[in-house]
Design a protein around this ligand. Structure first.
Ligand SMILES: Cc1cc2nc3c(=O)[nH]c(=O)nc-3n(C[C@H](O)[C@H](O)[C@H](O)COP(=O)(O)OP(=O)(O)OC[C@H]3O[C@@H](n4cnc5c(N)ncnc54)[C@H](O)[C@@H]3O)c2cc1C
Length: 409
C-alpha cells in the first residue's frame, strides 16, 4: 500500500492523457508517479478501437487502437511509472485524498498532486430519453467495439446508426468490417457533424444517410425489431435488429461531481485554469475529461502539457491564488480553460482557448479582455468542431475575459 503522501503524483486514468502526463512527470525527474486505472491494462478508450489512426504525432507511426494502448503501457513501464490496474477511484476528498476500490477491498491514497484523466463516454440511451420498448441491442460505439475487440461478438446484423460525428464513422467501419450491414444512418441536425469524408462514406458504403431525422419509437420484445424514424413531422418504420448510438460525448466526471470540485456548466467536465489546475490547487485534469471529445493524439499532447505544469508546480510549490472564470455568449457551448489564475505558472499548459459551439452559427467571434477586443474573426462556426483562439499573455492577469458572439441577422 502507498503510505500517506508516498506518491508525488497520482494520475487517475491510464488513457493517452493520463499516460502522457505520467511520462512527462517522470521525464522531468518527479520520483514517484502512480497511475490508477480500473481496467486490466492501460490505453483507455483506445484499447477497443480495432482501427487506426493512433500515435502518428507522439510515436511517429500509425497504430491500431489496441496496439497503441499496449505501446502506452510499455512506455509507462519503461519510464518507471508505477501502474496499478484494477483500481477504481470511487471518491476524491477535499484534501485530494483518493478512496480506491480493488478486489482486495477499499484503501485511501494520497499524493502531493493528483491528475484526473478519466476520459469521456458517449451518451447512452437513458440519458438521450429515447422512447419505446426496452429491448436488447441498443448500444454505444464504445460498447460495440468492446464486444468485438474483447469477446469477438457482433451484437446485431442490421443496426440503425444514430449520429454523424467522427466516431459514427468508426461505428460504421466496425459494423462493415465485422459482418454487420447498417440499414441506415440518421442525424438529428440538418447537416453532418463531422467533416468529410463522413459526408460521402455512408453513401459509398451503400448505407442510406438521413439528416434532420430522429427516433420516434423503438420496438421489440426481447431484441430490437424495428425503429420508427421521424423527419419533417412524419414517421416511418425501419426494420432493424439493433440501434447503435454514436457520439454526444460527455466527460467522465463522476469523481468531480461528487467532490468539492464540481463540474464546469458548459463542458460538463472538470473546470481548469491555464495550467490544467482545478478549483483545488493540488488537483489537475487533462484529456477528454475537460470536454467531449478530442482525438487520442490531442489528449496525449494535452496530458503531456499538464504533466509538465504539475512538475513545475511541484518545484515552485506556491499558492496560485484565486481563479477568474472565462465567460462567453451563446451559442458558444464551452471554453477550455474555463478559469484563469493571475498566479499561474510561467509556462502555462494551455496557450490557446478551445471553444465549441452548441449549433451551427454564422457571425463574429471576439475575445475581449477587460472589455477590449484583442482577437476577432467572422465565419460559419459548426457544432462539435474545435475552435482555437490564441491566449494573450495578458489574459491570466485580467479581471474579465469574455468571448462575444454577434450572430449575423
Ligand atoms: C469508439 C471510439 C473510437 C475512437 N477512434 C479514434 C481514432 O480513430 N483516432 C483517435 O485519435 N481517437 C479516437 N478516439 C478517441 C480517443 O480514444 C480518445 O480521445 C482518447 O482515448 C482520450 O484519452 P483520455 O486519456 O482523455 O481518456 P480515455 O482514453 O477515455 O481514458 C480514461 C481512462 O480512465 C479510466 N477511469 C475512468 N474513471 C476511472 C476511475 N474512477 N478510477 C480509475 N480509472 C478510471 C478508464 O478506465 C480509462 O482507462 C475514439 C474514441 C472512441 C470512444
Amino acid at each position: 500500500m502507498i503510505a500517506a503522501r508516498d506518491a508525488d503524483v497520482i494520475v487517475v486514468g491510464g488513457g493517452p492523457a493520463g499516460v502522457a502526463a505520467a511520462l512527462e512527470l517522470r521525464r522531468r525527474g518527479v520520483d514517484r508517479v502512480v497511475i490508477l486505472d480500473r481496467e486490466p491494462s492501460l490505453g483507455g478508450a483506445t484499447r477497443h478501437c480495432m482501427h487506426s489512426p493512433f500515435g502518428m504525432r507522439e510515436f511517429g507511426r500509425v497504430y491500431f487502437g489496441g496496439a497503441y494502448g499496449r505501446r502506452l503501457q510499455r512506455e509507462a513501464e519503461a519510464r518507471g511509472v508505477e501502474i496499478r490496474t484494477g483500481h477504481s477511484v470511487v471518491s476524491l476528498g477535499a484534501d485530494g485524498a483518493l478512496t480506491v476500490a480493488t478486489h482486495r477491498g477499499v484503501e485511501t491514497l494520497t499524493a502531493r498532486r493528483v491528475v484526473l484523466a478519466t476520459g469521456a463516454r458517449e451518451t447512452p440511451r437513458s440519458a438521450r430519453l429515447l422512447p419505446g420498448d426496452r429491448p436488447v441491442g441498443v448500444v454505444t460505439t464504445g460498447t460495440l467495439q468492446a464486444y468485438v475487440a474483447f469477446h469477438g461478438l457482433m451484437p446485431f446484423r442490421r443496426p440503425l446508426i444514430v449520429g454523424s460525428e467522427l466516431v459514427s464513422l468508426s461505428a460504421l467501419a466496425t459494423c462493415l468490417l465485422h459482418g454487420a450491414r447498417p440499414v441506415a444512418m440518421i442525424e438529428a441536425a440538418p447537416h453532418t457533424l463531422a467533416r468529410a469524408p463522413l459526408d460521402w462514406f455512408p453513401t459509398v458504403a451503400g448505407v442510406p444517410f438521413h439528416t434532420a431525422t430522429d427516433i420516434a419509437d423503438i420496438r421489440g420484445a426481447g431484441r430490437v425489431e424495428a425503429v420508427e424514424i421521424r423527419r419533417d413531422g412524419r414517421t416511418r418504420p425501419l426494420v432493424c435488429d439493433g440501434v447503435l448510438l454514436t457520439g454526444r460525448f460527455t466527460p467522465e466526471s463522476a469523481l468531480c461531481l461528487q467532490s468539492p470540485l464540481g463540474v464546469d456548466a458548459g463542458s460538463g467536465g472538470a473546470a481548469v485554469d491555464q495550467d490544467g489546475r482545478t478549483a483545488d490547487p493540488n488537483v489537475f485534469a487533462a484529456g477528454n475529461l475537460l470536454r467531449g471529445v478530442e482525438s487520442g493524439g490531442w489528449s496525449f499532447r494535452e496530458g503531456r502539457a499538464v504533466g509538465a505544469a504539475v512538475a513545475d508546480d511541484l518545484a515552485a510549490d506556491r499558492d496560485p491564488g484565486a481563479a477568474v472564470p472565462v465567460t462567453y455568449d451563446p451559442p458558444i457551448k464551452l471554453a477550455v480553460p474555463s478559469l484563469l489564475r493571475r498566479g499561474g505558472l510561467p509556462a502555462p499548459a494551455f496557450r490557446e482557448f478551445q471553444l465549441r459551439m452548441l449549433r451551427r452559427a454564422r457571425g463574429r467571434l471576439s475575445l475581449e479582455i477587460d472589455g477590449r477586443a484583442v482577437w476577432s474573426r467572422h465565419g460559419l462556426w459548426m457544432p462539435e468542431r474545435r475552435i482555437l483562439v490564441p491566449m494573450p499573455p495578458s489574459a491570466p492577469a485580467a479581471g474579465r475575459v469574455h468571448f462575444r458572439f454577434e450572430e449575423d441577422t
